[in-house]
Write a protein that binds this ligand. Structure first.
Ligand code: GLC
Length: 565
């Protein structure tokens, strides 16, 4: 049966629209249509203007120095070059503004498009026909995100709209693993279009974790979906899609899953291992930073998307409360810098009652040796996981970059994360941006923590492998913190290898020098991640599509080097 026929009808009751109040300095409300930018000061590059627009009165202190660093970028265009005709649908960007590599990348991205009943619906994970397909011929929700950004930034929103609507339909399916029924809000990890050439029909088939290796539901999918809906609304200026009862219900269902009351003592979200980009056992069970940062960002996006009607109002209150608790918890307990590390090193254990300094009873002996050398001063990052007697000190790229983009990290913390990246460039970037996590698990630890996973051996795949897709996140974080030179350096590196190596999924080795052992070629998010990075560096105002401003109400009372208490 056609999957569409199995979907439940959504609530179509008309609802009153009361816009959510957004703070004045909300840079996400700026005009982000690059091609209509006018030149106020012809001596300033449009990038500088866009950055000033972006931050307004809240410009980072070092923003003025960006002008100098940007002057050195040889490919910079002045605003006149951007005032071009909008590209025709499904055509490549103007040749004059597109390098050879970009043109090749656009072609690869378009080849990855799949169609459902004649309309583009998403991009498949990889176009590598030399390897066993497994599920790489599917559209993954998380993988589609950078593709979607590329299309939005290139003013081609149609595929994104189709994707958002169809995945909503999939959400309303009844989801089961054996005899167990999953929550109504769960979004699929991936889906594919099944063509029945004999009957001339097309059907969607989705995977909510019931076919995935390890049978884990993707906690991140729903968050990516909400963040994408906000990006779509932001870049097209069209809120009619988000305002539909179907989308409103979709957001409510996703967040109801996460905001329901239970036995939690922390505002973070308890997860199974492998429930996000790292989709295999890697010791990230508990409260992984990737999920917590995405959770925070999705909650913030939902604040701007949800209507204040009867159904939305209650949820909006819950979201506001949770955001405050979540940001406090993560900014305080997940944060590690030199002084915090020193405090943990000297912790007393077995403390009881409200006066405890070492609240989670972390044993100083559990501090790994590497972290003492790794920690620069200045510099810091959100660690991988915090739970009773357990701090996972590994550095994870996605969570830290999303923390910057969503303003979960305070401005000081964002700066410190970038300080660390610069100070530990060889370890985290090396020859190919960017390590998904650092350092790798080896020998005994690898055996115990991954369960002897032959795909996640040391410095490979999720276990210290380098993922080109992360380039867009690094670029966005670099621009947001006023350090585009970091992005430029990383993109330059990526360009020396990616096209030559046919856009691999990941690289292996301490320096990311080798094409990954089992890496797919023409991995779509490697292609899209590069394109998005390139477009944002060319026109930093595009950052407004994905980045969120800092919320004054959530400003922390603690500074980054304050200790626990
Ligand atoms: C790998 C990645 C996962 C990605 C999938 C498809 O399993 O770990 O994050 O979604 O490939 O590219």
């Amino acid at each position: 049966m056609d999957s569409e026929d199995t979907t439940k009808t959504c609530d179509t009751k008309a609802v009153e629209f009361v816009p959510v109040k957004i703070e004045e300095h909300d840079f996400s409300k700026m005009d982000i249509k690059p091609r209509t930018l006018t030149v106020v000061d012809r001596h300033k590059s449009c990038e500088i203007r866009a950055l000033y627009d972006l931050f307004g009165a809240h410009a980072p202190p070092h923003l003025s120095s960006i002008q100098d660093s940007l002057k050195n970028l040889d490919h910079l265009k002045i605003a006149e070059n951007l005032e071009s005709v909008p590209p025709s649908r499904m055509s490549s960007p103007k040749a004059s503004t597109t390098s050879q590599i970009q043109a090749e990348a656009w072609e690869a991205l378009r080849q990855a498009l799949i169609y459902f009943r004649g309309r583009p619906l998403g991009t498949i994970a990889a176009m590598d026909h030399s390897e066993e397909l497994l599920n790489y011929n599917q559209v993954f929700v998380r993988d589609f995100f950078p593709s979607a950004l590329a299309f939005l930034m290139n003013r081609e929103p149609e595929v994104v709209k189709n994707f958002l609507m169809k995945t909503l339909r999939l959400q309303s399916w009844e989801k089961r693993i054996d005899r167990f029924q999953l929550g109504a809000g769960v979004m699929p990890a991936s889906f594919k279009v099944l063509h029945d050439t004999r009957r001339n029909t097309e059907t969607l088939i989705a995977d909510f974790g019931e076919s995935a290796i390890g049978r884990v539901a993707p906690v991140d999918s729903g968050f990516w979906w909400i963040i994408l809906l906000r990006a779509y609304t932001r870049s097209t200026g069209d809120s009619s899609l988000a305002d539909t009862p179907e989308c409103q219900k979709g957001i409510r269902l996703i967040l109801t899953l996460c905001l329901s009351e239970g036995f939690d003592t922390f505002p973070t979200l308890l997860c199974a291992d492998g429930c996000c980009m790292i989709d295999r056992r890697m010791g990230i069970y508990g409260y992984p930073i990737e999920i917590q940062a995405l959770f925070f960002m999705a909650l913030k996006c939902a604040l701007t998307l949800l209507k204040q009607d009867d159904k939305g109002k209650e949820l909006l209150e819950l979201i506001t409360k949770r955001l405050q608790a979540l940001s406090y918890h993560i900014r305080t307990y997940f944060w590690l810098d030199f002084s915090q590390l020193n405090d943990i090193y000297r912790y007393k254990t077995e403390e009881y009652s409200h006066t405890a300094v070492n609240k989670f009873n972390v044993m100083p002996d559990s501090l790994p040796d590497w972290v003492f050398d790794f920690m620069p001063n200045p510099g810091g990052y959100f660690i991988g996981n915090v739970s009773p007697s357990r701090m996972d000190f590994r550095w994870f790229c996605l969570g830290n970059c999303i923390a910057i983009l969503s303003s979960l990290a305070t401005p000081d913390q964002s700066d410190a994360i970038m300080d660390l990246l610069e100070a530990r460039w060889e370890e985290l970037v090396g020859e190919m941006p960017l390590k998904a996590c650092y350092p790798a698990l080896e020998t005994h630890e690898w055996r115990i923590i991954t369960g002897c996973d032959p795909k996640n051996t040391r410095w490979s795949y999720h276990n210290g492998g380098s993922w080109p897709v992360l380039l867009w996140l690094l670029t966005a974080a670099s621009i947001k913190t006023g350090r585009p030179h970091i992005a430029k350096r990383a993109i330059d590196l990526a360009e020396t290898r990616l096209p030559k190596d046919s856009w691999p999924e990941y690289y292996d080795g301490k320096l990311g020098r080798y094409v990954g052992k089992q890496a797919r070629k023409f991995q779509t998010w490697s292609v899209a991640g590069y394109l998005v990075a390139k477009m944002m560096l060319d026109d930093p105002s595009l950052l407004g599509i994905v980045a969120l401003e800092e919320d004054r109400q959530m400003r922390p009372t603690l500074t980054r080097s304050s200790s626990w208490s």
